[in-house]
Ligand binder design. Structure first.
Ligand SMILES: [Zn+2]
Length: 295
């Protein structure tokens, strides 16, 4: 028996098949984009102690993930400069992924907290995703687009909005930048302040990029002796050069300076590039800091 189909019938079948393929692809992509993120967040929440510590200007969550139950809390922060330093956010998420499977590396007297994305609106301009990010979320934007994505949604440089020598205008590589209407005018800076005041960390480490160095911090009373110790500890383990004082241009209102002013040792780790997470170097630095504080 020979079955012959008219051209119209063939066209109809092809259209139906095409619609079916598109629909399945749509469901697959939806699941991949939205549901997987949600599932991952739930899983991560189970493995760590997860908390939303604040909201950004555009109402995005600022998350924290904590590991270990010790009395000494060490705080790590990525992404205060948003999309311009997106690699610092991916590095922080890599630590979250690592700690989810390696919780036992946290000594019993330590609690580690990671705030992976301190400036989520700015990062979203470069990596338009929410939830857990991974190393595969490398953006494809231009350098210029990334430079603009340094500031929060009020166009404020968050690392000039903290209460240490605060001025309304500050500088970044010789350019004027807004430091907000007053110290802690920005909700993202308030989120970190709130976390610090509530949890009183023994030390804070901020990941930035890129100058291949570890900087100490100070406000009006010089560098805390312990800041020098942790700068040298992270530097020695990671190979980033230790720098006591940043003197390329005047910086006011930085988070690390504010921490120094309330007697919390804080260091700035500047990755070598804007594009890589330099995992082994930072893992070595991280482990050295844990060892330093677990003594
Ligand atoms: Zn930075």
């Amino acid at each position: 028996m020979k079955i012959s189909l008219s051209k119209t019938a063939i066209a109809t079948i092809l259209i139906v098949v095409a619609i079916a393929i598109c629909a399945s692809l749509g469901v697959f992509l939806y699941k991949k984009t939205f549901l997987e993120d949600e599932i991952k967040i739930v899983k991560t929440e189970e493995k760590s102690s997860y908390e939303i510590i604040g909201k950004s200007v555009q109402n995005r969550n600022i998350d924290s993930y904590s590991y270990g139950n010790g009395s000494k809390n060490i705080l790590f922060v990525g992404g205060i400069h948003g999309g311009y330093e997106w690699n610092s956010v991916l590095l922080a998420y890599k630590f979250i992924e690592f700690l989810n499977s390696n919780k036992d590396i946290i000594p019993s007297d330590i609690k580690v907290t990671i705030i992976p994305n301190a400036n989520p609106d700015a990062l979203y301009k470069i990596i338009p995703k929410t939830g857990i990010l991974s190393i595969s979320d490398t953006p494809t934007s231009t350098k210029q687009e990334q430079e603009i994505a340094r500031f929060n949604a009020n166009n404020v440089d968050l690392n000039r909005n903290f209460d240490c020598k605060w001025k309304p205008e500050s500088t970044w590589r010789g350019k004027k930048v807004s430091a907000g209407s007053k110290a802690f005018s920005e909700p993202e800076a308030q989120a970190i302040k709130g976390y610090v005041e509530k949890n009183k960390p023994v030390a804070a480490i901020f990941w930035h990029s890129q100058s291949n160095a570890v900087y100490a911090s100070e406000c009006n009373n010089g560098i805390l002796p312990e800041t020098i110790n942790i700068m040298n500890t992270y530097s020695f383990a990671s190979g980033y050069s230790p720098v006591r004082t940043f003197d390329s241009y005047e910086i006011t209102g930085d988070a690390e300076g504010w921490l120094a002013s309330i007697n919390i040792p804080a260091i700035t780790v500047e990755l070598k590039t804007h594009e890589t997470i330099e995992w082994e170097r930072n893992l070595a630095g991280f482990k050295a800091i844990l060892e330093y504080y677990s003594k």
